[in-house]
Design a protein around this ligand. Structure first.
Ligand SMILES: *[C@@H]1O[C@H](CO)[C@@H](O)[C@H](O)[C@H]1NC(C)=O
Ligand SMILES: *[C@@H]1O[C@H](CO)[C@@H](O)[C@H](O)[C@H]1NC(C)=O
Length: 290
């Protein structure tokens, strides 16, 4: 009730600002006038406070809406799981990277050093469900997590196996990778290429007629950022010597390489009946040159 009475005079006063001077000439109306002025002041203060409050509310709402839009925009340009930014970095399209070194030994060692183990990750099951992933195998040292192989690392594993098969062929060695494994890997790499459907146009150049993209840069995701992401979800995994490990009755030993000081390492020690002095992570990594 009260506010209604306070607003009415205000509306009247605003319109009759000029007449105020006349009215103050009549002493009888003086007291009534100062009362009206007092009420006007109160009403004005209420209005200013109200206006400020509305402004603050508006700014806050605007900020919330803005951050929401930015989030929506950024999720459309970020990968689903590791949140990598599409085309984050420009990479020179090196036609002769170190992986083409003409020295067989130097090149072989470089390919051998490609490490895809970090790509086996143990992520919280709840997070995987949220992402709509099919359920993975349970991580042996923490049942709240399940195991996944990041596709790019699986592809790296595959291209490394294919290189190794090619190396065996070049050296006249008996094949260390089975025919079936090589074909599986080529099939998966082909699937990757088709899935990616990378439409980047490789420029031709009359001065390099048999090569394209010679002077070009490539818009790429950031590999280091992916590697960093995998490090948040270590699974203690090492692929090791596939010929040997794949034929073991249990795959658990492949998950023994936990970081010192982690509950996972404690669980692994207990499982394998080992003590504090058992530090699998210090074991040398498998190499073709062993
Ligand atoms: C074509 O190749 C020459 C070098 O042989 C280079 O100077 C030139 O910039 C190239 N052109 C383009 C468009 O990349
Ligand atoms: C890998 O394991 C197989 C089977 O145990 C063995 O014959 C081979 O020598 C190992 N390879 C290397 C490079 O250690």
């Amino acid at each position: 009730m009260a506010p209604k009475h306070e607003y009415k005079p205000l509306m009247g006063e605003e319109i009759s600002e000029d007449s105020q001077g006349h009215e103050s000439l009549h002493p009888a109306k003086e007291e009534k006038n100062s009362e009206r002025l007092r009420r006007l002041n109160i009403a004005l203060i209420i209005l200013i406070v109200l206006s400020l409050a509305l402004n603050i509310l508006q700014i806050s709402l605007y900020k919330v809406l803005l951050s929401h839009t930015v989030q929506c925009e950024s999720t459309t340009y970020r990968t689903k799981y590791a949140g990598l930014e599409e085309g984050e970095i420009d990479v020179f399209w090196n036609q002769k990277s170190a992986y083409t070194d003409p020295d067989d030994e130097v090149r072989d060692r470089l390919w051998d050093s490609l490490d895809f183990d970090p790509g086996v990750v143990a992520v919280p099951k709840a997070w995987a469900v949220e992402k709509g992933l099919d359920e993975g195998a349970t991580f042996p040292w923490d049942s709240s997590k399940s195991l996944y192989f990041v596709n790019a690392y699986h592809s790296m594993h595959c291209i490394k196996q294919v290189y190794r098969a090619f190396r065996d062929y070049r050296m006249g060695n008996p094949p260390s990778i089975s025919n079936g494994h090589v074909v599986h890997c080529l099939d998966q790499l082909l699937a990757d290429i088709k899935c990616q459907a990378d439409d980047t146009l490789r420029a031709t150049n009359v001065s390099t007629p048999h090569n394209s993209a010679v002077y070009q840069t490539h818009k790429c995701r950031n590999w280091d950022a992916l590697e960093e992401w995998t490090q948040n979800y270590p699974s203690c995994y090492r692929y090791g010597n596939g010929t040997f490990e794949d034929n073991q009755p249990s795959q658990l030993p492949r998950f023994r390489f936990c970081q010192e000081g982690t509950p996972e390492l404690e669980k692994a020690r207990k499982y394998f009946g080992k003590g504090e002095d058992w530090k699998p992570i210090e074991e040398k990594k498998f190499s073709w040159f062993d």
